[in-house]
Structures are given as C-alpha cells and as structure tokens.
Design a protein around this ligand. Structure first.
Ligand code: ATP
Length: 137
C-alpha cells in the first residue's frame, strides 16, 4: 500500500466489487454518514442501504452499498455488504422495475412481508439516486 493512503476493499457474497488505494472514504453507517482518512483509529460499524464515495486525488467513485459492516483500520477499510455496485454498473431500468414491484406490493400491505417490500424499495430508490449522483463515475 502506498504511504498515507487507505486500501478500500468492498466484498459481497457475489464477489469482490472493488480493491484499490484511495485517499478518503465516506459511507452511510447506522448512525449516519461518516468520513475516513488514513490514520483513523480502528473501529467497526454497521452499514445501512446508502452511498459510499471514495476519493483518489480529484477522482471520486460512487458505490451503492446494501447492509453489512465496515471494518476501519489506519491503512485499510474493509466493507462486507449484502450487495454493492459501482454507480456506472447500476442497471437503472432494473432498479426502476424493482421499485415498481415493491410499490405494488406495499399497496396490498396486509398480504405481504411489509419490511421486506420496504427494504426492496429502499434498495431500488437508492440505486437510482447513486446512479444519478455523478454521471460518468
Ligand atoms: P432485484 O429485485 O432487481 O434483484 P434486489 O435489490 O433484490 O434487486 P440484491 O439482492 O440487492 O437485488 O442484489 C442481488 C444481485 O444483483 C447483486 O449481485 C447485486 O449487485 C445485483 N443487482 C441488483 N440490482 C441491480 C441493479 N439495478 N444494477 C446492477 N446490479 C444489480
């Protein structure tokens, strides 16, 4: 690892999504958004459905991350998530369809697992937001 940088690894059950040295990471923890620079004191936090942003110099990359946790060390952040995609890899049409399905289910809430439909909707909406946050990233 290069001096003064952070190795960011994003891993899901589907495989390794990202592994590279970065200068800064911000993510959505259960207590809200947090930012990590190299040399941070070690800690572990759970992650909500949300956006993770990493910066390398003037280049930023956005990711959708769904649940999991982040283990932070002075020179490494490991993110283990249920699912994660880089913004440019998000299939927006698929997310729109997932959003529609979840909305339809929520209309007949008495017949369904409400929490499951609600989190499916949250994933779909957040994917759309992440894909639109900064085009080309
Ligand atoms: P869907 O109902 O469309 O499958 P989901 O929210 O249930 O959406 P997940 O369980 O979060 O999907 O993810 C399953 C796999 O599909 C993961 O590998 C995830 O990265 C991928 N995935 C899901 N939705 C998208 C999307 N819109 N674009 C790209 N990859 C996606």
């Amino acid at each position: 690892m290069a001096e003064g940088r952070l190795l960011l690894e994003i891993v899901t059950p589907y495989g390794l999504v990202f592994s590279d040295d970065v200068d800064e990471v911000t993510a959505t923890g259960s207590e809200g958004e947090f930012g990590i620079l190299p040399g941070h004191v070690p800690f572990v936090t759970t992650l909500n459905i949300g956006m993770l942003v990493c910066r390398s110099g003037s280049d930023t990359k956005n990711f959708f991350v769904s649940w999991g946790y982040a283990e932070v060390g002075p020179d490494k952040i490991q993110v283990l998530a249920d699912s994660a995609e880089r913004s440019r890899d998000i299939d927006v049409q698929r997310a729109r369809e997932a959003m529609k399905r979840a909305e339809e289910r929520l209309k007949k809430a008495e017949e369904i697992d409400f929490r499951r439909a609600e989190t499916a909707l949250e994933r779909a909406v957040t994917r759309i937001q992440v894909s639109e946050a900064k085009k080309t990233k």
